[in-house]
Write a protein that binds this ligand. Structure first.
Ligand code: E4P
Length: 222
């Protein structure tokens, strides 16, 4: 199980990378747009922070335009993965991208059928959006488990990224579902790290230690 950071913020990415727990990054147009920066500059900056895969999404809605964008993205850094939406034109683009040996992440996947098509078309990664499915009353993590099982049954090498992760429990559920990767916002990473009993335990050990040292010093003074 690997963790990617779902972020376009260099400071967050740097902090998570320094913890040594993230293997890659996923971005999307909404995340980069919020930053109000140049797309290419920001992606190149991110690709320098992490050596693992960095997903960059195409904006075109036509296969030809997607391929043109993908070729351009691939020149930005060697760890760029091109994110293609799970639409008809996206599938068409996948075929060309596979021939060009450009690695892909098929995004906005909401059904097993879509995940099957993406894998058959040669996607390197597929991203089922768990939180957005939960939002509309479906079990997002159930879909992740179904995709993982299907890929296992048919020996498909496409990696499943549990995406649209909203809280630490989603990560636990992604592990149980057998997802290869979970891409998580920085806040979820912080939520995974902290536990009040850990903080309490650390404080208690320190208090005991200082109390014992204090007692020893008092004895030595007598
Ligand atoms: C994944 O690649 C997407 O960028 C992301 O997980 C979308 O999450 P959201 O539904 O919280 O926007």
């Amino acid at each position: 199980m690997q963790l990617f950071l779902d972020s376009a913020k260099p400071n967050e990415i740097r902090e998570a990378a320094n913890l040594g727990v993230i293997s890659g990054v996923t971005t999307n147009p909404s995340l980069v747009a919020k930053e109000k920066v140049d797309y290419k500059e920001r992606i190149m900056e991110i690709c320098q922070i992490v050596s693992g895969p960095v997903s960059v999404e195409v904006l075109s809605q036509e296969a030809e335009g997607m391929v043109t964008e993908a070729k351009e993205f691939a020149t930005w850094a060697s760890n760029v993965i091109v994110k293609v939406p799970m639409i008809e034109e996206g599938l068409r683009a996948l075929k060309s991208l596979r021939q060009l040996k450009i690695r892909t992440n098929v995004t906005l996947v909401f059904s097993l059928n879509q995940a099957l098509l993406a894998a058959i078309a040669g996607a390197d990664y597929v991203s089922p959006f768990v939180g957005r499915l939960d939002d509309v009353g479906h079990d997002g993590m159930q879909l992740v488990a179904e995709i993982v099982n299907a890929y296992k049954t048919y020996n498909m090498s496409t990696q499943v990224i549990a995406a649209s992760i909203r809280h630490p429990l989603h990560v636990v559920q992604a592990v149980h579902a057998g997802a290869h990767i979970a891409t998580i916002p920085f806040g979820v990473l912080e939520g995974m790290l902290h536990h009040p009993l850990t903080d309490l335990g650390v404080q208690r050990f320190l208090d005991d230690w200082h109390r014992a040292i204090g007692e020893q010093e008092r004895k030595n003074d007598v």
